[in-house]
Design a protein around this ligand. Structure first.
Ligand SMILES: [Zn+2]
Length: 317
């Protein structure tokens, strides 16, 4: 078995642009660069892979993406290859029996969305782990996600490659991975993910379809109004959803059922966090209506309803 440490850069739509709205599937970004570094089963850094991709959906680079990654439109036009060809090359380079490691939760999901858009089979990337979780559980036990730069500082790894470059980030992640006990990390992963679930940090939890963080909110009312209002969009078709009453629980958590006219019910879970600048951050997760999380919520709500009814009916008697 071999580990493939993967990092990608992706381009996003210009806000409100036409191309962003007409896509048939959920599409968070169009991949423009794939970088990967092989780590052998003896945890030694091996060979490297890099490819630039000619965009097809968002043909012009978003200014923010361009300035962050240093990638220019002309470069993609000249050196980029079509996405299916890039994936063919990547898969061939990976070889058989791979486990993927990424720094963060987003990369594989976005990779799969891009594959889906191009009609490519994507189950070969399903065996993956977020190296952040393994790093956290084997270092400071933190439950929050850590920037790659922070982890490198903690581990005393000097940057030798450019940041926000797919291969550069993959290389630095690979160096960190060689210092971890990867087999143990993978074995314990389920448990550390559960801890994160409880802390609302993780995506890739059974039944969880989406995780999004909203910054700069005025407070609870503002957050619940936004997340029950214009941001309450179906994760499958982006239609505006209806939602039931928010049920609050400890540690500023709010849960409600939402329903899409086309796709039925979903569970919304929100956790609010006060930020240093006095604003509120909301972390929202959307679960399948048939998930364990949604079923538990329905059952709990029914119990609460029964309990609150009882004293009312007893006063009548
Ligand atoms: Zn829908």
């Amino acid at each position: 078995m071999q580990y493939i440490v993967l990092d990608m850069e992706w381009n996003q739509a210009w806000p409100g642009s036409y191309s962003a709205k007409r896509l048939p599937i959920k599409f968070r970004g169009e991949i423009i660069q794939i970088g990967a570094v092989r780590v052998t089963d003896r945890q030694i850094v091996g060979d490297e892979f890099q490819v630039l991709i000619k965009p097809k959906v968002f043909r012009k680079l978003n200014k923010k993406v361009s300035s962050l990654t240093g990638i220019k439109d002309a470069q993609l036009a000249e050196h980029g290859v079509p996405f299916p060809e890039a994936i063919d090359r990547f898969r061939e380079w990976c070889g058989e029996d791979c486990v993927f490691l990424t720094w963060g939760f987003d990369d594989i999901g976005i990779l799969k969305e891009n594959m889906e858009l191009h009609g490519l089979e994507s189950s070969w990337v399903d065996r993956w782990y977020n190296a952040q979780m393994i790093f956290n559980s084997q270092t400071d036990g933190a439950t929050a996600q850590k920037a790659l730069k922070t982890a490198m500082q903690m581990a005393g790894v000097e940057p030798t490659r450019p940041a926000h470059d797919a291969l550069g980030d993959a290389y630095h992640t690979a160096i960190l991975c060689t210092r971890l006990d990867l087999p143990r990390g993978m074995e314990e992963y389920g448990r550390s993910m559960e801890e994160h679930e409880n802390g609302f940090h993780g995506a890739q939890i059974p039944g969880c379809l989406d995780r999004k963080v909203f910054h700069g909110l005025a407070g609870r009312d503002d957050a619940l109004e936004l997340l029950g209002g214009e941001e309450n969009l179906c994760p499958k078709c982006q239609s505006l959803m209806n939602h039931g009453k928010w049920v609050s629980s400890q540690n500023r958590r709010y849960t409600a059922m939402a329903s899409c006219p086309n796709h039925g019910q979903f569970l919304l879970r929100v956790r609010l966090v006060a930020e240093e600048d006095g604003t509120t951050k909301a972390i929202r997760m959307i679960y399948e209506g048939t998930s364990d999380a949604a079923n538990t919520f329905r059952t709990t709500k029914a119990t609460v309803r029964k309990r609150t009814r009882r004293p009312h009916s007893s006063t009548k008697q």
